[in-house]
Ligand binder design. Structure first.
Ligand SMILES: [Fe+2]
Length: 280
């Protein structure tokens, strides 16, 4: 199974830009890259913060651009999204029966679960009793291996401003997941706008950069003012095999030079040492 993961697209109504960047142009570039190189993927998952202010025209701009995507798409919500506005533009978006934008599906023998961690009135994440009950019921439906997708990370990143708006009730979420921990193979995340990997309670995770703006690596305590940056955006390409899950970051705006590294073996040290520093 091959999955493409995009997060934090932060669409704004055109022609507006956001923090000096154009989220629509970046999404177009990401989709062009995906279609050129990864149109054999089984699924594209966008893990929330689809629109920066949750506005209908922003979701309309996203819908227009998704017409270029030829693989199935799953759209999730983050703290910046508005469920009602999203449903106005995408009436078929996931619904768990309680109005939350979450669902699960079987793909290549795996149960893919898409959780809605948005908490009204705050940028922090929460996973209330109703959602936890839904999750427990879904997990009880079978014993397939599970891939979890959610916007807010349930662990502390060490970036104080983002941790202040992290998943507030991660312990309660873990109590639901814990009985199934051995079948949960990986968690795919957004929200922090950085490449971060590791594990939570022994379950591996990957958190990827946003598609528009980023959050710089600032591990010194800095309160609740979130720093921003123009570090490069990326999406990830995920290969799910029987014994491994491999996550590659694709810096789709990178236009830097490509060249063979094996010249050293063929041509000797002179090839590598004599490489023109500023060429290309
Ligand atoms: Fe975001």
């Amino acid at each position: 199974m091959k999955i493409v993961h995009i997060t934090d697209t932060h669409f704004v109504p055109q022609p507006a830009t956001l923090y000096g960047l154009d989220p629509r142009a970046r999404f177009d570039a990401a989709i062009a890259s995906l279609q050129a190189e990864h149109s054999d993927a089984d699924l594209l998952v966008i893990t929330g913060d689809l629109a920066h202010w949750g506005e209908v025209p922003a979701y309309q701009a996203l819908r227009q651009r998704l017409e270029a995507v030829t693989i199935p798409v799953v759209m999730m919500v983050g703290n910046h999204d508005d469920r009602a506005s999203l449903r106005t533009v995408f009436p078929a978006v996931m619904d768990d029966g309680n109005g939350f934008v979450q669902g699960s599906r079987i793909e290549s023998g795996h149960r893919l679960m898409f959780l809605d961690t948005k908490c009204e009135g705050t940028h922090a994440g929460a996973y209330c009793e109703k959602r936890r009950a839904w999750l427990a019921d879904e997990l009880a439906k079978g014993d397939e291996p599970v891939l979890l997708f959610m916007h807010h990370p349930p662990f502390l990143s060490g970036i104080s401003s983002m941790d202040a708006i992290g998943q507030l009730d991660a312990d309660a979420l873990w109590l639901v997941l814990q009985p199934h921990a051995r079948r949960i193979r990986h968690i795919f995340l957004g929200h922090v706008h950085r490449p971060i990997s590791g594990n939570w309670h022994g379950i591996s995770f990957s958190l990827i950069p946003g598609l528009n703006h980023q959050v710089p690596l600032q591990l010194a305590p800095h309160g609740e003012d979130i720093p921003g940056s123009h570090e490069p955006p990326a999406y990830s390409v995920i290969s799910v095999g029987p014994d491994s899950i491999v996550v590659h970051l694709k810096y789709f705006l990178d236009g830097s030079r490509r060249f063979p590294l094996d010249g050293y073996e063929v041509k000797g040290r002179a090839y590598a040492l004599g490489f023109p520093a500023c060429e290309g």
